[in-house]
Design a protein around this ligand. Structure first.
Ligand code: SF4
Length: 288
């Protein structure tokens, strides 16, 4: 039986990640060593690939102990505190913050600077502890409240003015449902303003990836478990095709998964490298 194997053309690195990786490779080709604050991309295979070229991934504690080095800030962005530490330690910043994230940080900072925190609440709809969200909360001196689910809205004081922003990789539908709940709970004297700050690269992938998943018997969604948009996009595939498998890499593909399929799709997150999806396609061919 002829089995069709297709890699989703829309899957793979977004331009923010491409830009960060290009910057890293450019610096590594000059110096052979570059520090990076946190994983450059939520994909351990790609982190290892760049690691073999000299990229050293560090955390904030390690950063504090470094001096006179070059440090890459990844696409997720950082809070102002990171730039202050760099200045104190004479660390040269190679800033690969995605332009979409920079715009969002500036928007939040502007609202924070123009409002009175005693009568205003800034809410970030996003994942607590996620690097991008930490960078966004940092624009408000740590005062913004992070809301992950509808349950987190129970502690909000709806008599205060509310400004709502979203992490760039959240689902648009989920964001809309949070907006509706807040609208309903606001007290008449308070003002509610929200900004749709979801990155369209991710949002637009939702329907495209659903179409892709529908058109195959079996789908392999390749991503690292750490990727936020990986989880969102995987769930989109699963919602239309129950035979969708979340895999880390080619070693997770087994013959039992594919033996009855006539059409197999391979797709991934904005942090999944193309080469990794190609490896999965080769593995499937080998097994067949
Ligand atoms: S998903 Fe969008 S906001 Fe996030 S890095 Fe990619 S392009 Fe930038």
């Amino acid at each position: 039986m002829d089995v069709k194997i297709e890699i989703d053309k829309g899957s793979g690195f977004c331009f923010g990640v491409v830009k960060a990786i290009n910057k890293a490779e450019e610096e590594l080709s000059k110096d052979g060593i570059l520090y990076c604050l946190g994983d450059i991309v939520h994909n351990s295979n790609e982190v290892d690939r760049l690691g073999s070229k000299g990229l050293i991934t560090i955390d904030r504690e390690k950063m504090k102990s470094l001096n006179n080095v070059k440090l890459l800030l990844r696409a997720h962005g950082e809070p102002p505190q990171t730039y202050e530490i760099a200045k104190e330690n004479n660390i040269e910043i190679i800033d690969a913050t995605c332009p979409v994230v920079i715009k969002l940080q500036q928007k939040i900072k502007k609202v924070f600077d123009l409002t009175d925190s005693s009568s205003t609440i800034i809410i970030i709809f996003g994942k607590n502890g996620h690097a991008e969200v930490n960078g966004l909360v940092g624009q408000t001196n740590g005062t913004a409240i992070v809301v992950e689910t509808e349950d987190d809205l129970h502690n909000i004081d709806f008599s205060k003015d509310i400004y709502l922003f979203s992490q760039t990789t959240k689902s648009l539908d989920h964001f809309k449902s949070v907006i509706d709940i807040i609208k309903n709970r606001m007290e008449p004297t308070a003002k509610f303003t929200y900004f749709d700050t979801i990155c369209r690269l991710v949002a637009n992938r939702m329907s495209a990836i659903r179409d892709f998943a529908t058109s195959h018997d079996i789908v392999f969604f390749v991503s690292d478990k750490k990727s936020s948009n990986g989880k969102v996009l995987f769930n989109e595939c699963l919602s239309v095709n129950k035979s969708t498998f979340f895999i880390n890499d080619k070693t997770d593909v087994h013959i039992s998964m594919i033996k009855n399929a006539s059409s197999i799709g391979i797709c991934g997150a904005t942090s999944t490298p193309k080469w990794q999806m190609e490896e999965v396609a080769s593995q499937i061919k080998n097994l067949l």
